[in-house]
Design a protein around this ligand. Structure first.
Ligand code: UDP
Ligand code: MG
Length: 137
């Protein structure tokens, strides 16, 4: 079954909406197969977002992702990668559809509440970044 990595970013954890976010995926019939809370170092955040190392936002993004605890979540379901991205909404909340997580909670394109894997290849890198096989149930 297809799996994806979602992260509730430091701004989402601060807003106290972990349960609200997780429940949106459960209500769509997707299953939570792993979840934890961790505080990344800046080096870990840079390594998670290594694909963006040439982008102008790489440094500020790594600072943001290590400013407080995050909640990585593995979600499972048919077509889950695309479904999770749809429920999240566009990267920039100004462009996100009504009823999406980013439209409802994000303050800017930088601080946008959630991360979601964008392909099977990214999921294959991102899930083991946070979870061992024994933690995915
Ligand atoms: N980001 C940013 N400025 C931008 C584009 C992206 O700060 O102009 C941040 C934002 O937090 C985003 C993350 O970098 O979620 C990764 O960017 P990506 O284009 O992969 O967007 P996503 O896949 O998260 O929608
Ligand atoms: Mg991305």
């Amino acid at each position: 079954m297809e799996k994806t990595l979602l992260i509730i970013k430091p701004d989402g954890v601060k807003q106290n909406i972990i349960g609200e976010i997780v429940s949106r995926f459960e209500k769509k019939g997707l299953r939570i197969v792993a979840i934890k809370k961790v505080w990344l170092t800046k080096a870990q955040a840079k390594s998670f977002y290594i694909v963006h190392k040439e982008k102008p936002f790489y440094e500020p993004l790594s600072d943001f992702m290590s400013e407080g605890p995050v909640v990585p979540v593995v979600i499972e379901g048919a077509g889950v990668i695309a479904k999770v991205r749809e429920i999240m909404g566009a990267t920039n909340p100004a462009n996100a559809a009504a009823g999406t997580i980013r439209k409802d909670f994000a303050e800017s394109v930088e601080r946008n509440i959630v991360h979601g894997s964008d392909s099977p290849e990214s999921a294959a890198y991102e899930i083991p970044f946070f979870f061992s096989a024994a933690e995915i149930l």
